[in-house]
Design a protein around this ligand. Structure first.
Ligand code: HEM
Length: 313
């Protein structure tokens, strides 16, 4: 996982990292976003016919071991699971193809993202940071949201509390190019759909939950039996925007199944593993390529810079 050659991308990643660390405070050894998490292990089994979409190794083999991490939003490692800022939840999946060879999916529980690129996201974070309770209206964040409809739509999108991390759909948001063995290229966006179905709590129900309810619940659940998700790909139609995460495709677009992820156990040394693992939003595997979405290269840079700092802490 290399840093991008473009120095502007690296400089932007450094600025974003600093901004997030300033907003959430220093928590050495933890992520400055999606700080609270839990790691699990399991396997991926491809769906029949998935190789028509991609020739990627995990889709052409009978089974591939996976390592996964669920997380709450924000850079606060002790954030209670039942406060609004815990949403969107994160779900990162690593497909372990061979020793030190892997490809990842990094997804969260809201379909979309507030900004088209990292420059705009930095502007958004700075506006939010400068909009404390004592700042009179219109606060910088209100001004930003008033002039950025995609950010406003993301902020206003419902983010209900799931009854379980296993009862929630996750979206990787950006598009990827999937290529099969005949060289046919299809653009698509991942959706990780729980086999048990989506199930959400009311605000009142969520308010009664314990501060680590979701992580305790998923641990208990996998102890009783495997937790399964279907890895789906929402397929783009000609003309759909493939390089802009803020543009939604119509819900009528076909969903193709890539396969199923089954989680069977919590990693006994989950905290230590979280410190070490650096998920990569760019697939870096034959058969799945990044789209032109500017978020991808930037995120890969920031996750790598952040992960290197975390490992040293
Ligand atoms: C400008 C855009 C973005 C920025 C600056 C950003 C920033 C970050 C940072 C700094 C981390 C911590 C990385 C680490 O220390 O390993 C992180 C993790 C994460 N981000 Fe983003 N992010 C962005 C976009 C997104 C998008 C579009 C999604 C949803 C698909 C997303 C989902 C996640 C998840 C799930 C994690 C936790 C991954 C893990 O478990 O290691 N982020 N993000």
């Amino acid at each position: 996982m290399p840093l991008p050659q473009d120095e502007r991308v690296v400089a932007l990643a450094e600025d974003l990292l600093q901004q997030l660390q300033a907003m959430f405070g220093p928590h050495p050894g933890f992520r400055p976003a999606h700080a609270k998490g839990l790691m699990l292990t399991g396997s991926f089994t491809p769906a029949p016919g998935a190789n028509q979409l991609t020739r990627a190794p995990h889709v052409t083999r009978p089974s591939t071991p996976v390592t996964a991490r669920f997380s709450n939003s924000t850079g606060l490692p002790d954030l209670p699971d039942n406060v609004g800022d815990a949403n969107p939840r994160g779900f990162a999946i690593r497909f372990n193809l061979a020793e030190h060879v892997h490809t990842d999916i990094v997804s969260h529980s809201t379909d979309g993202f507030p900004t088209r690129d990292g420059y705009e996201f930095l502007e958004f974070l700075r506006a939010a940071a400068a909009s404390g309770p004592d700042v009179p209206s219109p606060k910088p964040v209100e001004v930003f949201l008033g002039s950025h409809p995609a950010a406003l739509a993301f902020v206003q999108a419902p983010k209900p509390f799931p009854s379980s991390l296993a009862r929630q759909t996750y979206y990787a948001v950006t598009a990827f190019a999937f290529t099969n063995s005949a060289g046919v290229k299809t653009f698509g966006r991942y959706r990780i759909v729980p086999e048990a179905g989506n199930d959400f709590l009311s605000e009142a129900q969520a308010a009664k939950l314990g501060p680590s309810y979701h992580f305790s619940e998923i641990a208990e659940r996998v102890n009783k039996g495997p937790v399964r998700f279907r890895v789906m790909v929402q397929v783009a139609a000609p003309g759909d925007a493939t390089g802009d995460a803020t543009v939604h495709w119509p819900e009528s677009r076909e969903l193709k199944e890539l396969g199923a992820v089954e989680l069977n156990a919590v990693m006994p040394d989950s905290l230590q593993q979280q410190k070490q693992i650096i998920f990569d939003p760019i697939p870096r595997v034959d058969g799945i390529e990044p789209s032109a979405d500017p978020l991808l290269e930037l995120r890969a840079a920031i996750y790598l810079l952040s992960g290197r700092q975390r490992r040293k802490a």
